[in-house]
Design a protein around this ligand. Structure first.
Ligand SMILES: Cc1ncc(COP(=O)(O)O)c(C=O)c1O
Length: 374
């Protein structure tokens, strides 16, 4: 089927780029002597995760139990949940533990103790890593040795948990303003985790794993000694923010939204049929803050975006584009492509994506783990 036979808006995935992105990240991890455990948050698709495993990935990461259930149903057997799952979800997690090898993260003493009690009562032990705050200041323990080492010692002693090691997500990498800063984030994260691991071992705690993961820092982390695992997610598709950070080129971006121009109320304004229900309202991140809600490629065969077309306003179904040049040849009925600011959130909004090769649809892939918010 030709892509023009598809209704719009439609999420297209370029098969060649997807395959190349999977292979390139796997090669970086393998060369660094570490495991690659892709975070499935970006594609939310067992079909695509299978290609990552086939390329050499050691397992997968999911955020929510609902996502892990989808992947377990699809036959995945090694799932890490690097999200602070609360023990209120214990029954579902225990059910999942019957059929897959699971690991969780903890970053709070009372929560860790409660997980331990749940597991002990069920006659089980659950693999757990301690999430460390490496500068993003979202989740994770204070990395200072004086606090962290006693915390690790305490978690390692909990009978219902099997302490595996340290885990971090350097999400601050999305807000750097230079390549040097990005390198400093990756190096700082690795150094901090290495120090903590050394001190914990000195205190008698076995630290078998050090897991890091963000797409922007992944290839830099791959060169760091002692890291055992990379957990990037976004690299399968990349997006406009990754291009702005410098971790990908436009030609690496595998996901785009095909949209139709539905209105041209003035020569300097066109309206696309992709609004916040498709692109989400995520703004661009990265060193060169990109303007608007996505880059507009003015035709289906355009190889570059037209930087004078700024999607500066979104309603649910409308993407309002300001034509900064004052005029554009694009007319209602024309199709364009939009490179979203953030590809992961786009996947969460669609039931399927179309895998394409050139202008031909080669497969329609259901996004089975979309919308799994619990
Ligand atoms: C805990 C955790 N690990 C890994 C990732 C993957 O990072 P990225 O989206 O930069 O690939 C994320 C992304 O949000 C995350 O929250």
């Amino acid at each position: 089927m030709h892509i023009t036979e598809l209704p719009t808006p439609q999420v297209l995935i370029d098969r060649g780029r997807l395959t190349a992105n999977i292979a390139r990240m796997q090669a970086a991890a393998t060369q660094g002597g570490m495991a690659l455990r892709p975070h499935t948050k970006t594609h939310k698709s067992p079909r695509i995760a299978r290609w990552q495993l086939d390329a050499g990935a050691s397992g997968i990461a999911c955020a929510k139990i609902g996502e892990a259930e989808v992947f377990a149903d699809a036959g995945f057997t090694d799932i890490r949940l690097p999200y602070p799952i609360n023990p209120s979800n214990a029954q579902r997690l225990l059910a999942l533990l019957e059929r897959v090898h699971l690991s969780i993260v903890v970053d709070h003493a009372a929560v860790a103790a409660e997980w331990s009690e749940v597991m002990t009562a069920a006659g089980k032990r659950l693999d757990a890593l301690v999430k460390v705050d490496v500068g993003y200041h979202r989740c994770g323990i204070d990395p200072g040795v004086a606090f962290a080492v006693p915390f690790l010692t305490q978690v390692a002693a909990l009978p219902g948990l099997r302490f595996r090691g340290l885990l971090s997500h350097a999400g601050q990498s999305y807000d750097v303003t230079s390549a040097d800063q990005l390198t400093a984030v990756a190096k700082g994260e690795a150094e901090l985790l290495r120090t903590l691991a050394t001190e914990a071992r000195r205190a008698g705690v076995a630290v078998d794993e050090i897991s890091v993961g963000s797409t922007a820092t992944a290839t830099l982390s791959a060169a760091e000694p002692d890291i055992t695992e990379l957990r990037p997610g976004n690299y399968v598709y990349y997006d406009r923010s990754q291009v702005a950070i410098g971790s990908a080129s436009l030609d690496d971006c595998a996901l785009s939204v095909m949209a139709t121009v539905v209105s041209k109320p003035a020569s300097d304004r066109i309206v696309l049929d992709c609004g916040s229900k498709t692109l989400t309202s995520d703004t661009g991140r990265g060193m060169v803050r990109p303007k608007g809600y996505g880059a507009v490629f003015p035709s289906l065969d355009a190889v570059k975006p037209d930087d004078s077309l700024i999607i500066n306003r979104l309603s649910e179904e409308h993407g309002v584009v300001e034509v900064q040049a004052g005029v554009t040849p694009v007319e209602p009925g024309d199709r364009v492509r939009v490179l979203p600011n953030h590809s992961c959130v786009v996947s969460n909004l669609v039931d399927q994506v179309c895998l394409v090769e050139g202008d031909e649809v080669v497969e329609q892939i259901p996004i089975e783990a979309r919308g799994k918010i619990t």
